[in-house]
Design a protein around this ligand. Structure first.
Ligand code: GTP
Ligand code: MG
Length: 575
């Protein structure tokens, strides 16, 4: 039997190794001798092989794209300690309906500790846990490759396993209390880059434990002695730690330091070497060996002593060179979403003052923006539409765009950089007599919209902003030019509606706002339009015309009428 088992293990190991080597040669995973020397790496590779196998099995299905294109797991950055902190949901109520003792219910806390112990026993990558009240923090070792550091996996498994043990063990800690409603916990995962920050994190939690417990001990002693909850609160308002200790000592003859350590210090859970009986020898004597056992202690973890005596717990990980690659993880913009890249000039007020732009609108400056945007469309064929006013421009990328495999940082940075570069290089053409005195800077963001309808609404929203801003500025500068101070002009316009402003312009300045240049009122939209041109001259054929896509700048309303009239724009049929 034993021999058969050994054979089976041998065959499985061989198959796994062959599969790993196959993966190393065929997939993008490169196997080096260093990798092979590292247990963590081998485990990582084994997991990648399992993923590849899973993907391989799915690859034949036409539906497989729903996973490949839509499911993106956030991986927590490598070489960081990971803390998963879970917290009981509505435990105020839960503790009430289960009549937990106040302020601390020993059984409830011991149940929490038992759950944390079970979690550490289940997940060897958790090196330490610290709990207080209805919360527990679990620390994963720095170099963990648990589920490839996928946040959702790590978080959900911790919370779900903890909850499950809580329910299963309830009867052990409360044999005479029925579990009246299902307990549940929320959780978050946070990364800490080094030993100092992880130690400070734990210290923060323990200081919190101390402050809360001292307060609660005083509070409930006062209440139990006959004070109302409000009176107890008032008595404690503004008190320091030493005042509370004195209150306990003088009014209740309690030395706070004699209170149970579990209440004062919280609970630390970790692996400790303990002498364990491994078997009984022929004379009936126990044979003991040191074994790592999950232990619960209620000790100070703020000072250095505990950590000096337990250096194995937060041992810093070996830095493996293949970690480095994992830092550059790029955020991918959701597939089949329209991408809007919005560029906005920084500190444009200052920039326009320095370059004495006309107020409220400088036609040349706007034309330079439009020219830069048009050239952007020449450079990026995936941009199907652009809309701009004042110092901003929005570029709509077709939903199917695969520019930079939709990596957000690359799309953002290249757009921002190219636009800036165009703006500067074209400056001389538009302002031949003005030197560029300050380098313009454009901040850029990327937005994703799943439906075309929403993109159109986005554009209408930007156009509404253009209208509101321009109408206000037109009035404001007319008032200033007519002799009002800027403050007076602001006061006059405060709270006015659109029609009030139109009236003001008409009555005070005989100006019909609707006769102002369309570029100022409606902003600028840019799209491709088919034009026919004679092909004769070059081809030697005088009779034929040739179609060409021409980038057109327009200043019109972006309502449904516009989209009906230009149905080709968003379908990108120029491709
Ligand atoms: P959320 O976490 O936001 O869902 O609310 P919560 O009601 O769980 O409150 P929070 O996590 O801020 O605080 C934990 C609450 O659990 C405390 O306010 C107490 O009411 C209760 N609690 C935790 N441990 C004990 C205990 O040992 N005894 C008693 N009586 N109550 C406890
Ligand atoms: Mg809670």
């Amino acid at each position: 039997m034993k021999q058969q088992l050994a054979k089976l293990v041998g065959v499985v190991t061989l198959l796994a190794l062959l599969a790993l080597l196959e993966l190393a040669t065929t997939a993008s995973v490169k196997l080096t001798t260093d990798d092979l020397n590292s247990e963590a790496s081998l485990w990582g590779l084994y997991q990648q092989w399992l993923c590849a196998l899973g993907e391989g099995l799915m690859a034949n299905s036409e539906y497989e794209y729903v996973k490949r294109e839509f499911e993106f797991d956030r991986c927590l950055p490598p070489s960081n300690w990971i803390v998963v902190r879970i917290d009981g949901c509505h435990f105020h109520r839960f503790s009430k309906i289960h009549a937990f003792e106040k302020p601390n219910d020993e059984n409830a806390l011991r149940l929490m500790n038992a759950c944390a112990t079970a979690v550490l026993e289940k997940f060897p990558d958790i090196v330490f846990a610290y709990g207080v009240s209805d919360e527990y923090s679990f620390i994963f070792r720095e170099e963990t490759e648990f589920y490839h550091r996928r946040e959702s996996k790590i978080l959900s498994l911790c919370v779900s396993y903890f909850t499950s043990v809580y329910v299963m063990k309830w009867k052990d800690f409360f044999p005479n209390k029925e579990l009246k409603e299902p307990p549940y916990f929320d959780g978050r995962a946070v990364c800490y880059p080094n030993l100092k920050t992880i130690r400070d994190y734990l210290a923060w939690r323990q200081v919190d434990c101390h402050i809360n417990n001292q307060y609660n001990t005083c509070f409930w002693m006062l209440v139990k002695s006959g004070k109302s909850e409000q009176e107890a609160q008032l008595a404690l308002k503004g008190t320091f730690a030493k005042d509370k200790n004195e209150l306990l000592a003088q009014q209740f003859q309690i030395n706070y330091d004699d209170e149970p350590a579990m209440f004062r210090k919280g609970s630390s859970v970790y692996r400790e070497k303990v002498e364990t009986t491994v078997k009984i020898d022929d004379f009936g004597d126990p044979i003991k060996r040191p074994r790592l056992k999950v232990t619960v202690a209620h000790v100070d973890i703020i000072g250095p002593e505990f950590w000096e005596n337990h250096q194995h717990i937060l041992r810093e990980g070996k830095f493996l060179h293949w970690f480095v690659k994992k830092f550059g993880i790029n955020h991918i913009l959701s597939p089949c979403n329209w991408i809007v890249v919005r560029i906005n000039a920084c500190q444009f007020d200052q920039f326009s003052t320095i370059h004495s732009f006309d107020k409220p609108n400088d036609e040349t400056a706007l034309s330079l923006m439009n020219e830069s945007a048009s050239l952007m469309m020449e450079q990026y064929p995936d941009i199907v539409f652009a809309y701009g006013f004042s110092n901003e421009y929005s570029f709509v990328f077709h939903e199917k765009s695969e520019l930079y495999q939709r990596q957000e940082s690359l799309i953002l940075s290249s757009c921002s950089s190219y636009f800036t570069s165009l703006y500067i290089t074209k400056w001389k053409e538009f302002f031949p007599h003005k030197e560029l005195m300050q380098t313009p800077r454009f901040e850029t963001e990327a937005l994703c919209y799943p439906k075309l309808k929403i993109v159109c609404e986005y554009l209408s929203w930007r156009q509404a902003e253009c209208h509101a801003g321009n109408q206000y500025n037109t009035c404001f500068w007319m008032l200033v030019k007519s002799g009002k101070s800027e403050k007076e002009a602001h006061e006059i316009l405060k709270g006015t509606l659109s029609k009030d402003k139109n009236e003001l312009l008409f009555q005070q300045f005989q100006m019909n706002y609707n006769n102002e240049p369309a570029m100022f009122r409606k902003g600028s939209c840019i799209y491709r339009q088919k034009v026919e041109e004679l092909a004769g001259a070059e081809d030697g054929d005088n009779d034929t015309t040739r179609e060409r896509w021409h980038v057109k700048v327009d200043h019109v309303d972006l309502g449904p009428g516009f989209w009906r009239k230009h149905p080709w724009i968003m379908t990108n049929c120029t491709q």
